[in-house]
Structures are given as C-alpha cells and as structure tokens.
Unconditional design. Sequence first.
Length: 359
Amino acid sequence: MRVERGIKRESLDASLARIAATYGFSAPPVSVPRAVQAIVQKHDPAAAAHTLLAATAVGSKGAAQLWSVGRRGSGSTVAFSIVGAQHPIAHALTLKAALSIAERAGLEGLTLAVSSVGDGESKRRFLREVGNFFKKYVSQLGELSHQALAAPEEAYRALYHSSHELKERLPRTIDHLSEHSRKVMTDTFTLFESVGIPYHLDPYLAAETPGHSELIFAVRSGDTQETIARGGRLDDLFKRMNKSAVGFAVGMSLSLTEKVDPEPAEDRLQCMLIHIGDAAKLKAFVFLEALWRAHITTAHALLAGSLREQMELAKTHAPRSIAIIGQREALDGTVIIKNTATEMQTAYPRDKALLILGR
C-alpha cells in the first residue's frame, strides 16, 4: 500500500513522463518540425498528431518510438508513434501507453474498439463494394445521392453518422480483407488476448477513424462512450515517406481535458527489463504495467531483434538493476534480478521482484 499511496500523491505531469518511458517512448517528448507538418497535411488532411510523429521518425535506423504533447484548446493531446516495427507487440506498446495515461488522468469506463481497413488490395475490394452499394440504393439516399457517386468514402462516413435506415446495410471493411490483412488482424487480436488487453471488434470503425492502413483503434470512456483516443497503422504514410522502409508504423493520439506539462523522469534508471524468447516477450510486456504502478523507472527493448542488442542498450542506460525474463521464468512466474554494481543475480517471484527493484 505504501507504493500505491505514493502513486496517488504523484502529479499527472510526473506520471505522464514515467508511463511513456516505461513503455519505451523517448524522453523528453519531441516537437514536430513545421516542414514535416506541411508534408503530412498535404498528403493526409485528416492526419492526427501521431501521424506527424511517424513522419518525423522516418529515416531512423531500426524501430523508433516517439511521443509528443501538444495543446488542444483548454486541454492537451498526447501522441505516441512507433515506426520500423516488425513485431505486433508494437501495437500493444502504443495502446497500453495511451490507456495507462487515460486511466491515470481519471478517465473511467475505458474500452478499446479495434477493426481493420486492410492493405491496398483490401481497400480496393471495399471501395468497389461501397460503389456498388451506392449505385444500388442511390434513389433512397436523398441529399447524399450526389456525394455518394462523386465521393463515396465521404458519403460512407456521412451515412454512418446519420440516422438513415440504410446505415444498417453499409458494407464492412473486415468483410473484404486480403489474406495478408486478415492474418495481421487475427495475429494482433491473439496478442492482445495473450497480454490481457480487453478489446471488442467494431466493424464500422473505419467510418470514425479515416486515414489509416491495416488496423484502426479507438479508445472510449464513460457512460456515453465518448471517443478520447484514435489511431492505427500508418503503413501508407510510412512507405510514401520512405520507399525503402522496413517494418510498419503505428500511432495513437489521446485527448485530455487538462493541460499537461510532462516532468522529466529520474536521472538514474532503476530497472532495465530484458526478455529472452517470444513467450518471455509477452510476460515482460505484462510486467511493465506492474513496474510503472510500483513507481519503478524502467526501460526495455521489446522491439529489439536480439539479446545482444538488448544487452548493449542496458550498458547505455546504466540501470541500477537488470530484470531478466527468459523461457523458464515465463513459465514459472519469476524474474531474475541482476544487481549491476555487484553482478549478483537471483530469481524471485514477480511480486517480490517488484519489492527488490523498488528499494
């Protein structure tokens, strides 16, 4: 309880930076150059803050995680982006950072809606179906009839947000996915279930969150289920900005009603979390939440391709301790704690490992 009381006394500004850092996002938050903003706005007028971040990170070697905080009227927008990722854990890192901050900001009744618009092939299939739909029902569309033939995507969104009786018959993006896109979606759903991220499938989410590729997300809050965060994959933008790009890009933008100004994290990192193997990667991800709730400053390399890369990052960060989860630890629920000063390491149950790391 001592730790929980400490968390309650912590300001949102302090929590913001610590949670972002725990999930791997750079500190301090970045500012997006105006030149990049202009490029993105030209190609995608509906782009959100996370899209701008993704464009900023194009050209980085390997996977890059960025975040930003901007003013939005009397409130703030907190955005997260990962580019160059090659493992679906990137989706979970982006979403969990946004969800954790929303929770810390006092937002309740949080739910995650997920859907897919697919790749280029999937989108072409869907748009053909939308075109056929509007041709079939054009006589029943009233004021929307002209828009339906001239700009079917805009008409699709307008019809979805209306009370028109045809709304219930609208085509769904998920029914027209290519084999590749269906696999991306199901693999991501499997990962969410493995790491305990509750979600529900919203087949019409594309009407609310345009401008993305493959997966799309929305976080809703409260009794009215107002959308407080939007995001998804940004593959089209990523490839347009860098034709030789490897991996994918994903982002999320969270709206907060208050103005926030993230405080820098502690100078000395308490823990570097290392994983060995895919099963350990998932257990390590789950352990991250316990670490930030226990107020333990943490870094990780869940997007790293090798153990060597993780260990090199550990040397760079110079943490007080290294927490290691391997295949055995993933199975028996333990964590190896290595004291970087003494080089001694011991395996502990996860609850006790938190106490050791928090000393």
